[in-house]
Write a protein that binds this ligand. Structure first.
Ligand SMILES: Cc1cc2nc3c(=O)[nH]c(=O)nc-3n(C[C@H](O)[C@H](O)[C@H](O)COP(=O)(O)OP(=O)(O)OC[C@H]3O[C@@H](n4cnc5c(N)ncnc54)[C@H](O)[C@@H]3O)c2cc1C
Length: 239
């Protein structure tokens, strides 16, 4: 994320978002195989997570957006769910944008950035493990096939741009929208989400919408227009 090569190659590095998490002791009787998610749009447009790390401890955290108020929010949330922090951890996560261009030619050499250094992070969940490895594969293919990084990156960039659009919709969500989203879950959607992972959203988005067309009612009108514009541009580019 703080790569000096990336800073030089991209001009000024990437925008970043703060992440804060606490390591907590799990109360006796807690299920160490169960992950928890809470949607609290008043605190964050993302979500709070609880991920057990062992039989006794879990990580509870969130994407803070505003670093100054992050600690107070997390402590308040932990108090609400009855957990005490034994350790605090913070990090900054790079933010992908439609204009991220993770390559540059410097002194006659091609520089290909991958992973966090290339902001290859899906902004829906701010996860970059799988997408970073896809970026690494694209860079390896660009070298082996001498085909150019841009060409090899197209499918990953389509995926990351789709996550950016989904994030724009989620950023407008209130609690009632999350309730409605969960109410709209039907068996077909659950089956699709059970088989396909979120790192390949582009493969299933149309099928999910066909399985539950009322999902479209959660997407604000302005976003439709911009997504139609972007998908129109993308279709032209990809043709
Ligand atoms: C708390 C937290 C939770 C996360 N949870 C998830 C999750 O659940 N799912 C998900 O998909 N993503 C998650 N992420 C994001 C994910 O960890 C990153 O996107 C991913 O690790 C990026 O991989 P990377 O190889 O690009 O960078 P890094 O993992 O940062 O690896 C870069 C490596 O380079 C090394 N290095 C740096 N400088 C030098 C140097 N000069 N010489 C040699 N080595 C150097 C560093 O020590 C480091 O080991 C999480 C991130 C954080 C902080």
């Amino acid at each position: 994320m703080s790569s000096r090569v990336a800073k030089i190659a991209t001009g000024n590095g990437h925008e970043t978002t703060p992440l804060l998490q606490a390591i907590v002791e799990l109360p006796s009787g807690a299920r160490a195989s169960t992950t928890g998610v809470w949607f609290e749009p008043g605190d964050t447009p993302y979500f709070y997570w609880l991920i057990p790390q062992s039989q006794t401890h879990a990580a509870v955290g969130f994407i803070a957006e505003d670093g100054k108020t992050a600690r107070t929010k997390l402590q308040r949330f932990l108090a609400r769910i009855g957990l005490k922090p034994v350790e605090m951890q913070s990090a900054r996560i790079p933010s992908y944008t439609h204009f991220t261009r993770p390559w540059r030619r410097i002194a006659g050499c091609d520089v290909y950035l991958v992973g966090d250094a290339a902001a290859q992070v899906k902004v829906t969940t701010v996860g970059g493990l799988v997408t970073g490895l896809r970026g690494a594969k694209a860079a390896a293919n660009a070298i082996l096939r001498q085909s150019g990084y841009l060409k090899e990156l197209r499918s990953l960039q389509r995926e990351l741009s789709l996550h950016l659009l989904i994030r724009s919709a989620l950023n407008r969500f209130q609690s009632a929208d999350y309730d409605r989203l969960l109410d709209l879950l039907n068996e077909k959607m659950i089956n699709l989400l059970g088989v396909h992972d979120r790192d390949h959203a582009a493969r299933i988005l149309c099928r999910i919408i066909l399985a539950q067309p009322r999902l479209l009612s959660l997407v604000p009108g302005a976003l439709w227009q911009s997504s139609a514009r972007i998908s129109g541009c993308c279709s032209i580019l990809f043709l």
